[in-house]
Design a protein around this ligand. Structure first.
Ligand SMILES: Cc1ncc(COP(=O)(O)O)c(C=O)c1O
Length: 384
């Protein structure tokens, strides 16, 4: 047995690609990043935030990749958001120094992670219960670390966050008991309005949410509690949130990728984010008439927000992705299907970027027809 293991211990899956390869050479399925579109999205969003004097703290849950976070910081982001304490670790390792955990967490293991993170970075976290504050406050004070706390206020999502300003003040009062904790402002995020399809309805919904956040801030200020940061907002509302006069900091995540679900929103702002994230897939069976079977199914694309769509104007406009099995994707062929598509490459735009990216280990960055970068998705699977 031992000699068998020694003989085969060096066997490795070959890499899907190498820098300089043509797109045609990339092994499929692979997660592809169109660098021109990606850079456009990063630059335009940074410019939008800058021009309204609002800080940009992109959400890293969308990409889970420290190379992308570094590109966002280089473009002017003040730091990043992570959704879970464990998700933050790869970013700390790669030198990101300002991290906001934009979510509540409970449990000794997670408090211990927060304490460790706070030794290395400027850490802020969210709470909506005094028990979360007590657990964190005791641990931080004992460890001699400083953690900034932003209680979450519910601005319409109906999920986490306190609903009343009285509850908010209960939390800020509790915070004041702990030397290791500092009140930093409020977390105010409404995910449900990000995909309101029409521009005007989304605008109105964003206005109502910002108004709810503003009321909490005014309530605190009337009690002499300054609220330096109001952080929230996503890709769908960023154009409205920058102009709200309420948010001091924005947390969009998907804007770098523009998945198919976001692509189906109406856009009428200063710029429209471009599709940059694709799944390269190969048609591996054409045994059935009018149908092609490709090599990406549920293990390579999340379908919670709709099935992937074929990249428009890519010469495959007659194909429609109609069903995802574990390892197979079913593509219907419109019209004349006499030409055998076996071996054809298709680029798909995933319906939902976040859970799709979490299925992969790397982004293959390309420009034109050439692979230019391979970036590890180093926070993939880290969701504790
Ligand atoms: C707290 C928080 N902030 C920001 C975002 C970013 O949203 P999006 O990817 O839609 O831009 C999310 C996404 O779910 C979120 O949960």
């Amino acid at each position: 047995m031992e000699s068998f293991m020694a003989e085969y211990s060096g066997i490795q899956v070959p890499p899907a690609t190498r820098i300089g390869d043509s797109l045609r050479q990339v092994g499929t399925p692979s997660l592809m990043l169109d660098l021109n579109a990606f850079e456009f999205n990063i630059e335009q969003t940074a410019k939008l935030a800058r021009s309204h004097d609002v800080a940009l703290r992109p959400h890293a849950k969308a990409h889970k990749c420290s190379a992308i976070a570094a590109a966002q910081i280089a473009a002017g982001a003040v730091g990043i958001c992570c959704q879970k304490p464990s998700e933050a670790y790869p970013f700390v390792r790669q030198g990101i120094r300002d991290i906001h955990i934009s979510n509540e967490f409970v449990g000794a293991d997670k408090v211990a992670m927060a304490i460790e993170l706070a030794r290395h970075v400027r850490l802020s976290v969210c709470v909506d219960h005094i028990a979360q504050i007590d657990a964190l406050g005791m641990a931080a004070t004992q460890a001699g670390v400083a953690i900034t706390v932003l209680p979450e206020v519910d601005i319409g999502q109906g999920r986490c966050g306190v609903s009343t300003s009285d509850e908010l003040v209960t939390l800020t009062d509790r915070l004041a008991r702990y030397g290791g904790l500092r009140f930093g402002g409020v977390q105010a995020y409404h995910g449900g309005i990000q995909h309101v399809a029409t521009w005007e309805e989304r605008h109105a919904a964003a206005g109502r949410s910002a108004e709810l956040a503003a009321r909490h801030v005014q309530f605190l200020e009337a009690r002499g509690i300054a609220c330096p940061v109001v952080t929230g907002g996503g890709t769908g509302t960023v154009e409205f949130d920058v102009r709200s006069g309420v948010f001091t900091e924005l947390q969009p995540g998907s804007y770098i990728f523009m998945d198919a679900a976001y692509g189906s929103n109406e856009w009428a702002g200063s710029f429209v984010p471009r599709h940059s994230l694709f799944i390269a897939t190969t048609i591996m069976s054409t045994a059935k008439k009018g149908m092609a079977v490709c090599d990406v199914g549920l293990k390579g694309v999340a379908v919670d927000s709709g099935l992937p769509i074929v990249r428009p104007d890519s010469g495959a406009d007659d194909l429609t992705y109609t069903a995802a099995n574990d390892e197979h994707g079913i593509l219907n062929i419109a019209g004349d299907d006499r030409c055998d598509r076996l071996g054809d490459r298709v680029l798909l735009i995933p319906g939902h970027c976040d859970p799709t990216a979490n299925l992969y280990r790397q982004y293959i960055g390309f420009r034109g027809e050439t692979v230019e970068a391979v970036w590890e998705i180093d926070a993939s699977g880290l969701s504790r």
